[in-house]
Design a protein around this ligand. Structure first.
Ligand SMILES: Nc1nc2c(c(=O)[nH]1)N[C@H]1C(S)=C(S)[C@@H](COP(=O)(O)OP(=O)(O)OC[C@H]3O[C@@H](n4cnc5c(N)ncnc54)[C@H](O)[C@@H]3O)O[C@H]1N2
Ligand code: MOO
Length: 390
């Protein structure tokens, strides 16, 4: 059995960064920027007022000063002329500050009569002017690769970038296998259960920026599995779930091999997730996940997510880890690297009592996978330990 790190490096060698494609900005959030973009303009493109009030010369901005109003500057409609000492221009937020002015006095500090204003007794600091290019200037870069956030999209829009080059979304085909499975909403027979893994994995993968195709459930026979692999044609990554172990009905490995899968490994020294297999199948990478629902989801976090990140151009790295203090003493660990369902709160981590790999209710209330290395020594409350946030 190989280690988790070894398995991960095999998996990385099965995939590669995908090509870039153009996307309209309104569809770009969550996509990974593939080419660095630079601002096409300064923001603001002129010195702009930050307040509603009067543009003046700062030497005139003294309590009690009387100034004559010579015009108006509104957002989208600047004042054409310049401004001299003793003069003021009525101005609104976002309007270009007229030439000659270097200060905006807010209207709350001004009394106006006709075209004359008198400044109040106490003026704030000002100057309430946003200098040209204060936010960004022509040529300022947003560097690739970068997963675009809503704030990034707003910034790109302001930079006048209507489309961006982003990594193509990896296409993942998800195949549940097993005679016992029916889809949610169907009527299960007395010996049947509902297929849950493909749904959890689809959600996880799509949250990461992949497109997941849910294929029909494959039954525990060669013909049905072959049909499922046929339907997976065109995917970048084919993921099967179940049928990976040693039972008489665990046929995924054999059928995949008969279809040309070149296996890179089978079985990983981890818990849960031991009967993991992977290889190359034509153009696609193939990963066979164990069927136990928590095993499949843990393998999703530990293996599939880093593969997706690599395909999106975000580099080759394991799932990001953090650390927290143990909330209780724990016994020595087992021979396999253990990803324990746990809850992190206020910097401390508490492992769930029940760690069976069938328990989705336990997984759903956990927010962390606490990682115990193989043959980990007993640990005391308060020690730091690593985890993967989920
Ligand atoms: N003699 C041994 N038996 C088992 C071993 C072993 O080493 N020796 N390994 C155990 C471990 S660890 C795991 S994990 C499981 C994995 O087995 P399979 O990958 O072959 O999975 P199945 O047998 O098909 O299913 C296991 C379990 O999960 C349920 N399942 C399967 N697919 C789904 C799905 N899409 N949604 C929800 N639930 C699913 C299935 O009904 C079974 O209950 O093998 C152990 N056995
Ligand atoms: O190791 Mo198996 O992956 O669930 O328990």
């Amino acid at each position: 059995m190989i280690s988790v790190d070894e398995a991960l490096s095999h998996l990385f060698s099965l995939v590669a960064p995908l090509e870039a494609e153009s996307a309209p900005l309104q569809d770009a959030c969550g996509r990974v920027l593939a080419e660095t973009v630079t601002a096409r303009r300064d923001q603001p493109p002129f010195s702009a007022s930050a307040m509603d009030g009067y543009a003046v010369q700062s030497s005139d901005a003294v309590p009690g000063a009387r100034l004559s109003v010579i015009g108006e500057a509104a957002a989208g409609h600047g004042f054409a002329g310049g401004l001299s000492q003793g003069q003021a221009v009525r101005i609104f937020t976002g309007a270009p500050v007229p030439d000659g002015a270097d200060r905006v006095v807010i209207q709350e500090d001004v009394a106006r009569e006709g075209n004359t204003i008198t400044l109040g007794d106490q003026l704030d600091e000002g100057p309430h002017i946003r200098r040209k290019g204060t936010d960004f200037s022509v040529g300022d870069a947003m560097k690739a690769p970068r997963r675009l956030t809503p704030s990034d999209v707003a910034l790109l829009a302001a930079m006048n970038i209507p489309r961006v080059m982003v990594a193509r979304k990896p296409v993942v085909a998800l195949i549940s296998t097993g005679d016992e499975l029916v889809m949610p909403g169907e009527d299960p027979g007395p010996d049947q259960i509902i297929a849950s893994n493909t749904f959890g994995l689809k959600a996880m993968l799509e949250e990461m920026g992949a497109t997941a195709r849910l294929l029909p459930i494959a039954r525990d026979n060669t013909a049905s599995l072959e049909t499922a692999f046929d339907l997976a044609e065109g995917a970048d990554l084919v993921v099967t779930i179940g049928g990976a172990s040693v039972g008489d009905h665990d046929m995924v490995g054999d059928v995949a091999a008969s279809l040309g899968m070149e296996r890179s490994f089978y079985k990983v020294r981890m818990r849960p997730g031991k009967p993991l297999m992977a290889g190359r199948m034509g153009q696609a990478a193939m990963v066979g996940l164990p069927g136990n629902p928590v095993s499949a989801m843990v393998c999703g976090h530990v293996f599939l997510a880093p593969m997706i990140r690599l395909m999106l151009g975000l580099g080759e790295a394991p799932a990001p880890r953090r650390s927290a203090r143990l909330a209780q003493d724990i016994d020595k660990g087992g021979p396999r690297e253990h990803y324990m369902r746990a809850t992190v709160a206020d910097g401390t981590i508490l492992a769930e009592d029940r760690q069976d790999s069938s328990l989705l209710s336990v997984l759903a209330r956990a927010n962390a996978l606490m990682i115990r290395p193989p043959d980990d020594a007993p640990r005391a409350k308060g020690e730091t330990i690593e985890y993967i946030p989920i």
